[in-house]
Design a protein around this ligand. Structure first.
Ligand SMILES: Cc1ncc(COP(=O)(O)O)c(C=O)c1O
Length: 381
């Protein structure tokens, strides 16, 4: 379906009507195994960790949306990242962004580093710093853009050039943007991955992950790792993610429109500190955002100045739910220091600007006026 538009692919790719009944939705095949006709005689499905029709439909759809050839679904975003890291042997060197989701940092620092993997963390806004950090033994460059929670961007095409020159794989966590707003494979990345828990799932009702590539060699190894390590999602979660992909484009348009209004409101009120949102004209990397993103997304962070102010603000919101996670239809508010980024060392948080007063908004698809009124009343409270 490569010639079709994004929404057509989201609704149809991998989702032909079912062969037996013609059901237009991919069924939830709630099975762990498949009857075989005889020794070595089966319909291509042997055991559900290895072969699963609902999961295959999701994987094909995700691959087509990201402009890749192979998709792999996992039981969580971190399971997807873990599988990608296993493409490298212990001892390998990775150059990673210094501002990323705290759970990814915890996986790198507390699980993989003790196994011998070596990480160099760099400010990915500075392409030359990334180039300088790459060594002959570097196996991977790992990027998030925009970063969580500071919304910093990296120039995907320029960093993919560094990766290509050095022979390293370039991996991009595209969770914040989704393939509707940004397609890293088209800019030179080798692998794109997601926490599908966020915008792709979109309704805060599942945990999942995904990896997509257009490289047949990488795909073969990922397929082996997915089956050999076994962190696959269940059929129900695959179905829910597929159903959510059908509305991804309309949801993302609304997330972007609402976030733009909320960011403009925050930026026009002096009681809020710097507002980090790529759609604001004075965002330091606004030009880059216009170049590599098709919209600015639904995530905003801003500094309320102190822990006390953040505490009372988080307790006072009524429409926003004070909760971890992001990307659902409902608006969420998070305090990174005490929630998502608790495992990042305090000195690193300080350096990155993840202060005690920083709050992060995941702007949902409710009425923007209600969201702004909620922020206003919480500030007054
Ligand atoms: C950017 C990003 N990547 C990966 C993850 C991990 O995903 P999961 O919670 O599905 O394991 C998260 C979770 O918040 C995230 O925000």
């Amino acid at each position: 379906m490569k010639q079709h538009g994004f929404s057509t692919r989201a609704i149809h790719a991998g989702q032909e009507p079912e062969a037996v009944t013609g059901a237009v939705n991919v069924p939830i095949f709630q099975t762990s195994t498949y009857a075989q006709q005889g020794i070595g005689d089966h319909k291509g499905f042997e055991y559900a960790r290895t072969h699963h029709p609902t999961r295959f439909a999701l994987e094909q759809c995700l691959a087509e949306l990201e402009g890749g050839t192979h998709g792999f679904a996992f039981g969580s975003g971190l399971a997807a990242i873990d599988a990608v890291m296993r493409l490298l042997p212990p001892g390998a060197h990775v150059v990673a962004g210094d501002d990323m989701y705290g759970g990814t940092f915890r996986l790198f620092d507390k699980v993989l580093k003790p196994l011998g993997y070596r990480f160099t963390y760099v400010d990915f806004r500075d392409v030359e710093a990334v180039r300088a950090a790459v060594a002959p033994e570097t196996g991977m460059i790992y990027a998030e853009t925009p970063t969580n929670p500071m919304m910093r961007l990296c120039d995907l095409q320029a960093i993919a050039d560094v990766a290509r020159d050095s022979g390293a794989m370039m991996v991009v966590d595209n969770t914040f943007m989704t393939p509707y707003l940004q397609t890293p494979l088209s800019l030179g990345a080798s692998i794109v991955l997601h926490s599908t828990t966020k915008y792709l799932g979109g309704h805060s009702d599942l945990i999942g992950g995904a990896v997509v590539t257009a490289d047949a060699g990488i795909a073969e190894r990922l397929k082996f790792l997915q089956n050999a390590c076994g962190a696959v999602p269940g059929p129900m979660d695959c179905y829910l993610t597929l159903r959510s992909l059908k509305t991804l484009a309309v949801r993302m348009d609304r997330h972007c429109a609402n976030a733009q209004k909320v960011a403009e409101y925050l930026a026009s009120h002096p009681e809020f500190g710097a507002v980090h949102y790529p759609g604001l004209p004075d965002f330091p990397q606004h030009e880059l955002a216009l170049r590599q993103m098709r919209g600015f997304g639904g995530m905003i962070s801003t500094d309320l100045g102190s822990l006390e102010k953040a505490r009372s603000f988080c307790a006072a919101v009524k429409v926003f739910a004070f909760a971890e996670s992001l990307g659902g239809v409902e608006s969420l508010l998070c305090h990174p220091v005490s929630m998502t980024h608790g495992s990042v060392p305090p000195e690193t948080r300080q350096r990155l600007g993840i202060t005690d007063g920083l709050v992060r908004f995941s702007v949902g698809i409710e009425d923007a006026e209600d969201l702004i009124a909620d922020i206003k009343q919480a500030m007054e409270a």
